[in-house]
Design a protein around this ligand. Structure first.
Ligand code: SAM
Length: 302
């Protein structure tokens, strides 16, 4: 009996025009298309003008679907697997099915296409010669803490996926793990109408999303330890200046001007991030306003 074939088919991550002709053809030819959510894939198929046999296949029903899928493949059918968006198996279902199919000696092919991680990496301006895909961090607990510590020591660029409602939590945890000064490139709504790339430090991104609620889909590309440390000589040269950071701030405050502008100037001089300097300006202003003046109760002249 001739066995069928499993084809993993990439679909767009936002822009329907990213569907390749080959991917479209593979879906049109498949006897059965497995998808995470029949409504999501149904919409894509409607846009493509395709009518196919759809069957849901996700984290919660994968095991129970395997016998049927194997049976159909062994009967010579062509089965395609898609996820809601992008490459199947990349933070999406399919790994167990691929292993089963390989173990059963059934042919497998992949039709590559859009992927949020690589799209964001390409635009990140960070080291793309060696990188690590981390996907979603564990949501909480010891596993999350251990992973964060591992990330801190990882020399290569790191790619993270994050849901909007957890983005600030993750940036806060990264900063608390000592990664506040690392560069982070944030790719939002990639290939969609409101696509945006931000180039910040982790501390700056944390400050931004503390003030503005994150919306849409996000990929974070985090500077690895090797690249961060390669910038170290410049940072160290600036430590002398950084020691004088308070003096630099005070000089400029005495002249006057917008605090954000002062923070920017001092940041450029000292190699610190503008937000770090801004926070220091606020602290210095607070200290000054709280300092006991001569004649006050604490600073009373004897
Ligand atoms: N399989 C997909 C791929 O190849 O990129 C990833 C699926 S994963 C379940 C979903 C996550 O991918 C989102 O939470 C987000 O982090 C990222 N993502 C997917 N599409 C995106 C887009 N258009 N812009 C930014 N991030 C996206």
């Amino acid at each position: 009996m001739t066995s069928g074939k499993l084809t993993l088919v990439a679909t767009p991550i936002g822009n329907p025009e990213d569907m390749s002709p080959r991917a479209k053809k593979a879906l049109a030819m498949a006897d059965l298309v497995l998808c995470e959510d029949t409504r999501v894939t149904g919409l894509l198929l409607a846009e493509l003008g395709l009518k196919v046999n759809l069957l849901s296949y996700h984290e919660h029903n994968a095991e129970s679907r395997h016998p049927l899928i194997l049976e159909r493949l062994q009967a010579g059918e062509t089965v395609a697997l898609v996820s809601d968006a992008g490459m199947p198996l990349i933070s999406d279902p399919g790994e167990r099915l691929v292993r089963l199919v390989l173990a059963a000696g059934i042919p497998l092919s992949v039709i590559p296409g859009p992927n949020a991680a690589l799209t964001a990496l390409a635009a990140s301006g960070l080291d793309s010669s060696r990188f690590v895909f981390e996907g979603f961090l564990p949501a909480r607990g010891k596993e999350r803490r251990t992973r964060l510590t591992e990330l801190r020591d990882e020399p290569r660029s790191l790619i993270l996926y994050e849901a909007p409602h957890r983005l600030l939590r993750t940036l806060t945890d990264l900063a608390a793990t000592g990664l506040g000064e690392r560069k982070v490139s944030i790719g939002r709504e990639l290939t969609k109408k409101y696509e945006e790339y931000l180039y910040l430090t982790v501390a700056e991104a944390k400050a931004l999303y503390t003030e503005t609620a994150p919306r849409g889909e996000f990929v974070l590309v985090l500077e690895g330890r090797a690249e961060f440390e390669s910038r170290q000589p410049i940072r160290e040269q600036n430590i002398v200046a950084a020691d004088n950071i308070d003096d630099l701030i005070r000089e400029r405050l005495a002249v006057g001007g917008r605090l954000r502008q002062i923070a920017q100037e001092v940041a450029e001089l000292t190699g610190r991030s503008a937000n770090t300097v801004y926070e220091r300006i606020l602290q210095l202003k607070k200290i000054k306003s709280e300092a006991p003046r001569l004649g006050d109760s604490d600073g009373r002249r004897q």
